[in-house]
Structures are given as structure tokens and as C-alpha cells.
Write a protein of this length. Sequence first.
Length: 100
Amino acid sequence: MNITVTLIVQMLVFAIFIWVVMTFIWPIILGAMNEREKEDRRRAAAAEEEARRTCPRRRAAPTSVIKEARARACAIDRRRRRAPTRSSEEARKRDQPAKG
């Protein structure tokens, strides 16, 4: 067979394939996509409404957590600053000969 005839037949088969997909399969795919989009919008609206309702309660929680974390950090920092002093004092006491 001639290459031109083969090419023309392949183009016709491809065109028929595209027509079948666009006529029968594409509407099903678009319908599913539209349903998914509607469901996503509904869920986003519900989440936004939930966030509006719970927002005042959630604003207070982070500030208390931050205050607690700062207090713990200050306590750790104080202990860290005192630790070298204590250990150097202990080392001096150990290294000094006993008087008496």
C-alpha cells in the first residue's frame, strides 16, 4: 500500500476516534468534573463558616500557648545562665585543698 493511503486512513481513524470520545465519553467526564467542583465549593463554604464560628475561641488559645512557651524559655535561659556559675564554683571547691 502507498504511504499516502496509509496516512489518510490513519487520519480518518483518528478523526472517528476523536468524534466518539467527544460525543460519548467527554460529557461523562465533564459531568463528573462539574459535580466534583460543586462538592469542593460546598466543602469550602462549610469550612469557611466553621472558621468564622470558631475564630474567637481559636484566637485566645495561641496567645496563651505563646505566653506559656515564653515563660518556659525564660526559665530555661535562667537555668542555662546559672549553670556555668554553679559548675565553676563547684570546680573551685573541689580543687581547693582542705584547710584545717
